[in-house]
Structure formats: structure tokens, C-alpha cells
Design a protein around this ligand. Sequence first.
Ligand code: MG
Length: 280
Amino acid sequence: MTTPTIITVAITGALPRKKDNPAVPVTPAEQIESTHEAFEAGASLVHVHVRAPDESPSSDPELFARVQEGVRKHCPGMIIQFSTGGRGREQSARGAMLALRPDMASLATGSVNFPASIYENPPDFVEGLAKTMLELDIKPEIEVFDVAMLYNAVQLAKKGLLRTPLHVQFVLGIQNALPARRSVFDFLRSELRELMPDATWVAAGTGRFQWEVNQWCLETGGHCRTGLEDNVKFDPTRLAASNAELVKKIADVCEQYGRHVASPAEARQLLGLAPVAAIH
Ligand code: MG
């Protein structure tokens, strides 16, 4: 028996532009189509940022609603996760779309430097988002951009602001934050296992580290995240043609690691989310 791996596709993000790679989907229609292709290739979870018509990051709930509706219609059972990330967005607006009650939303549990900015998540803001997610029954994906965020998440869970088991994402390879080093990856996994033994986890490698980190996750029992948000190229010599291509690259090697691609139903069960039948 192989073990399932949930493949997350981060389709758009806040940074890549069409000029970086024409395959980056930015309008809701492009995002739905790109998600559908990635779903067919094996992705069971989609991480969503939305963009204004000029491609700048947006917090407009209407745009999130259109993507959510399209993905629900075309990708039965797929887990929808909204980003509450900060790049180019006002703090006060970052949780506005949670009222749409996606299955999941990202939650960074601390602040960190990014390549040219501060990703600011003050304690009261993090607690506010956590409370909203708790009230609306949205499962957070804890985004760990720096080591302290892991311990902060454990504290939030102890305070009753996060339901357990947690689902945690380790983000490796962002300049000024955690490097994509195997020793760091192993340390984070071991700390999580000790502090929150029942937690599920995934790691994301950015840029040229994406594929390497995907392989580390397959090898060590983690889930996988890929997509153009983190990496507009997977091969330094050429651009990735699509989100689906990045997903397929993982799906194609799962067997070599004794893994199989989780179906939406399996992914929902692993993350303790409502079954497919309950949402359609
Ligand atoms: Mg994101």
C-alpha cells in the first residue's frame, strides 16, 4: 500500500506577472481554467490569490467568489484555500473574503522579512484572523516563513484559537527568510512531530528549489505544493507551460517514493474537512 500525497497547486500568487510567464493565470476565468487543468493532473487543493485588472494583488471578495464558484463547479471536491497573504494588500482587507467560507485559508503566524519588504503579521492581527476562521469553520493552513511561526502556532492552538490537528506549511527559499536547506527542513519536521504529533504538513520550495523540496516531501511522508505562485520556472532553461505541468511532474514520480496522488475525497479525509458529498 502506498501513502497518499495531497498536491496543492498555488496557481497565481501575488508576484509573478504575465510578462514573467504568460501561463500565470490572472483573471478569474483564466484561474478557473488553470485550476481545472491542474485538478485533472492530480491537484486536490488550490491556493488562491486574486488580481485586479492591472494584475496587482487584490482583496476584492467578488473576485474570490467568482473563482470559488468556478472551481466548485468544474473541479468536484477540490479543496479551496484562500490566501490571507500580505503582498500588496491592506492588512484590514486581508480577511474580507473569509465570509465566503472557503474550505481553508492561509495563516502566517508571525512577521518576517521578504526580499524587499516586511511581511507584517502582528500578534493581534494573527489572533483576529484565527478567531474569524474558527467562527466560520475555515481550516487554516499555518504558513511557517520563519522558525518562530511554528512555536507561535503551537501557542495559538494551546490558547484554543486554532483547532487541532494543525495543517502546517513550511516555506523554504525566500530571500531573507528560511533557506531551502535539508537540515532546516529536517529540523522543522522533527520539531512539529514532537510538539504536534498529529499535525499534517506540506513544504513549499520557492524558485529553483521547488522541485527539490517536492522530492524531499515525497521521501519523508509530507504533502506537496507546487504552482506558478512559487516558481514561474521549474527548469532554469525554460518556462513552465502551466500549473498542470508542475502538478504532473510530481504525480509522475509519486510511485517511486511509495506514494500515490490523493483524490479530493482522500485529501478531505486527511485534513479533516467536510466530505465531497457535503459540499455539492
Ligand atoms: Mg500565497
